[in-house]
Structures are given as structure tokens and as C-alpha cells.
Design a protein around this ligand. Structure first.
Ligand code: ADP
Ligand code: MG
Length: 400
């Protein structure tokens, strides 16, 4: 499921209204009845609603479902992307969309820019995408639950990620600066760095190893476990080392790890905390052995010791603080249950190397056995190709 912004400029004010109506209807209906769309959109003539429905279905922003007991539509990931982008554009967070720099299992990552040209990262959460490909029984089970839908869960993942990034950043952790969050998306600082996974050599493996273990321990002190702490989710930034640089040798650099990817973070009080803590530690140990031939002399760190340090001294418990930001315990539980149900696994558990393969036609929610592409509502976009992927394409201003 690629983000394709080409059709965004062709949507009329009525189209946006109808798209929003489908989104609103989705809160209580997996399949939003057409009459409800007409009612929510409350346009002067139902005829113009039908016209918009047709245009939106053609562009693939909504989809009609087959074998349904009534006539209705559901929002697609594409439709949700457009609604989010439109809000981000109106709020002046995003002016243009550029290259896709990451395809995670549960997300797509794009470089975007705001009006003043500052680059940011747009992370679009797509929960259920990969897992649904293989786990058909789960898909069947989840298909008919509006509240357990990919849309709601992807939004929870984005809310959670944003809340944790904010709390971590405000408390001195090296994570990207969060910018804003809308629906299933998060806008954050673009970190000009490579994931540790792509780095074949470092000048001081022991130093970097210590720094990463210290990061795991300082997270534990504020009550948190990353839960997917591995070479994919640690970006290595090259920074000028002011302390080591001298007049004659000004360009001494040091490697600074920046932690990303927070939807699976958990509290040190979680019933499986020990398992996830140990796994985070083990991932780094294993990677350093394999990649850099480095094994630490020191055993651990161990969960039992880390647990004694939680909340000690003047540190705040961020697991508690985050609950107060709107990402509630209930939401955390719902997201955790869903991730378990659909088999969401972290980057470190990837069964194989990522291929970047990401065809829309393989996504669960677009499975052809569920979605009708009738003559009237065929999904092929009618608009001309106007850009290549690599262009930073400004979003149009004349949207509603
Ligand atoms: P996922 O949950 O799908 O694993 P991540 O948040 O780990 O998503 O991001 C996937 C990839 O996108 C990362 O490995 C990294 O290469 C890139 N990336 C993510 N966030 C940033 C950022 N803030 N700055 C630069 N690159 C990023
Ligand atoms: Mg990741």
C-alpha cells in the first residue's frame, strides 16, 4: 500500500465531505450504508453524493463490499491517508511529500517537508497489513469488528508512538522530536542517519555497546522497556565531537544512537516485562557479536537489578505519565491484544530479510474476495501520472 498523492488535487469539496462522512460512519459500521453516507454528508442533492461516491471509489479511497446484505462502502487505507494528509496540510505541518525511505512491516515512512522547506518524517501506521497476508483465520475473525479494525488500531499505534516519543524526548532521551500526530500518522524530526543494521564497522564497538545498554537501563529507570530494541530501530548519527575536536583536528566525529519505533513499548510493571527486557538486551548482544565480533566481559544487565532502580531518585515514571496524555491504559490493552491476535512481531523477529515488497493488492483490507470492483466502481485511477516517486510534490492548497 503505497501513498499515492496524485489524485488528491482532483477531489472536489463535495468529495472531501463524502470521504469524511464515510470515515465518520466507519466508527460504528464496518460497511457504511450508502443512505448513512448521504445523511452524514448532508449535501443539498443526494445526486452529488452519488457522484462523489463514484469518484472516490474509482480512485480507491473507498471500496464497495461484495456479498453484503446492504449497499455500502468502507474507507480504504488510501482514503484514510488522504484524510490525514489533508489535515496535516491544513495545519501547515506538511506541505509536500517526497521519497519513501522505509517500508516496515507495520508502517510506511516518507520524507515530507513543511512550507519553510524543513524535512520531516511521516510515519503511516498500517497495522494488520503483513500479518493479514498469512493469518487468514485472524483476518476472518477481525473482519467484522468495527472497533477492532485496522483503522482504529493503526490510530492507536500512532497515538501511542507519539505519546511515548514526546515523553522520552522531554526527559532527555535521544529520540526524534515528535511534531504532530493525526489519525494513523505521526510527523517527526527527520534524523539524518543510518540504522545500525546498515553499518558494517564502528571505531569503538565497546563504547557503543555500553551506550546502548545504558539506554536500556535508563529506559528501565523511568519504568519503560522498548520491546523492539535492535539494529533496525537504532539510528546511528555521526556528530561532531566538540570535546575531542581540536583546532588542528576539528573534524572528530562521534556516533550517537537515536532510538525510534515505539508502538510496542511496555511498562516495567507489565506481566511479561522480564521477557521483553531480556530480549532487548539479547538482541544487542547477538548483533554486536555477529557484526563486530564484540562480546562484553560483563554479564547482563539483568531485569531483576533494573527493576530495583525503577523510579529511584528524582526520575519520573514515564509509563505512568504517558497514561495521562490521552493514551490510556485501556487503549494500551486494546492495542496489545490486537497486536497479539494478528501476530504483529517486532523488527527483531522478522522471519526473513525485508524485501520492500508491498503491493497494495496483497493487503488484507483490499483482498479481492471481499471487495467489489464493479463496472461502475472500478478502482483504476483515471488521472494522468504527474510525478515520479522522487519528486517532492507540493500538496495543492485549494482543498476544502
Ligand atoms: P517500523 O515500525 O515499520 O519498523 P520504524 O519507525 O522502525 O518503522 O521506521 C522504519 C525505517 O524508517 C527505519 O529503520 C529508518 O530507516 C526509517 N526512519 C524511521 N523514522 C525515521 C526518522 N525519524 N528519521 C530518519 N529515518 C527514519
Ligand atoms: Mg522499526
Amino acid at each position: 500500500m503505497k501513498l499515492d498523492t496524485r489524485a488528491i488535487r482532483y477531489l472536489t469539496a463535495e468529495d472531501w465531505r463524502v470521504l469524511t462522512a464515510v470515515e465518520m460512519g466507519s466508527r460504528n459500521h464496518t460497511l457504511v450504508p450508502t443512505h448513512l453516507i448521504i445523511q452524514i454528508a448532508s449535501l443539498r442533492s443526494p445526486g452529488s453524493v452519488h457522484k462523489s461516491i463514484s469518484a472516490l471509489a474509482k480512485t480507491g479511497l473507498i471500496a464497495r463490499m461484495k456479498n453484503a446484505k446492504y449497499d455500502g462502502y468502507r474507507l480504504t487505507y488510501g482514503g484514510l491517508d488522504y484524510l490525514a494528509l489533508n489535515t496535516l496540510r491544513k495545519g501547515q505541518w506538511v506541505y509536500s511529500v517526497g521519497n519513501q525511505i522505509g517500508v516496515g512491516k507495520e508502517s510506511d515512512i516518507y520524507v515530507v517537508a513543511n512550507e519553510s522547506g524543513t524535512n520531516c518524517v511521516l510515519k503511516i501506521h498500517r497495522l494488520g497489513r503483513i500479518s493479514f497476508r498469512t493469518v487468514k483465520s485472524n483476518r476472518d475473525y477481525l473482519r467484522n469488528r468495527a472497533s477492532g479494525s485496522w483503522m482504529y488500531m493503526s490510530r492507536l499505534a500512532a497515538m501511542k508512538e507519539f505519546a511515548f516519543m514526546r515523553a522520552l524526548r522531554d526527559n532527555g532521551f535521544r529520540v526524534p522530536e515528535p511534531v504532530t500526530q493525526n489519525r494513523h500518522t505521526v510527523v517527526m524530526e527527520f534524523v539524518d542517519a543510518f540504522p545500525l543494521r546498515q553499518i558494517s564497522e564502528v571505531p569503538d564497538p565497546a563504547g557503543l555497546y555500553d551506550e546502548l545498554m545504558e539506554m536500556i537501563l535508563s529506559l528501565a529507570r523511568v519504568g519503560l522497556i522498548h520491546g523492539d530494541f535492535n539494529e533496525f530501530n537504532i539510528l546511528i548519527k555521526e556528530e561532531q565531537d566538540v570535546q575531542q575536536s581540536t583546532l588542528s583536528n576539528p573534524g572528530v566525529t562521534k556516533l550517537t544512537p537515536v532510538l525510534i519505533d515505539f508502538p510496542q513499548m511496555l511498562s516495567m510493571d507489565h506481566s511479561n516485562a522480564a521477557f521483553y527486557f531480556d530480549r532487548d538486551v539479547a538482541c544487542i548482544k547477538r548483533f554486536f557479536e555477529r557484526r563486530f565480533g564484540f562480546t562484553s566481559d560483563e554479564p547482563g544487565p539483568f531485569f531483576a537489578e533494573a527493576a530495583k532502580e525503577v523510579g529511584k531518585g528524582s526520575v519520573k515514571r514515564l509509563d505512568v505519565e504517558v497514561e495521562a496524555t490521552g493514551f490510556s491504559k485501556k487503549m494500551a490493552k486494546e492495542l496489545e491484544m490486537y497486536m497479539k491476535e494478528v501476530g504483529v512481531v517486532g523488527d527483531g523477529e522478522a522471519p526473513q530479510e525485508r524485501t520492500g515488497d508491498d503491493d497494495a493488492d496483497q493487503t488484507g483490507e483490499d483482498d479481492s474476495d471481499q471487495v467489489e470492483t464493479s463496472e461502475e466502481y472500478e478502482t483504476s485511477a483515471e488521472h494522468p501520472r504527474s510525478k515520479t516517486d522522487s519528486d517532492l510534490e507540493p500538496l495543492p492548497d485549494d482543498l476544502e
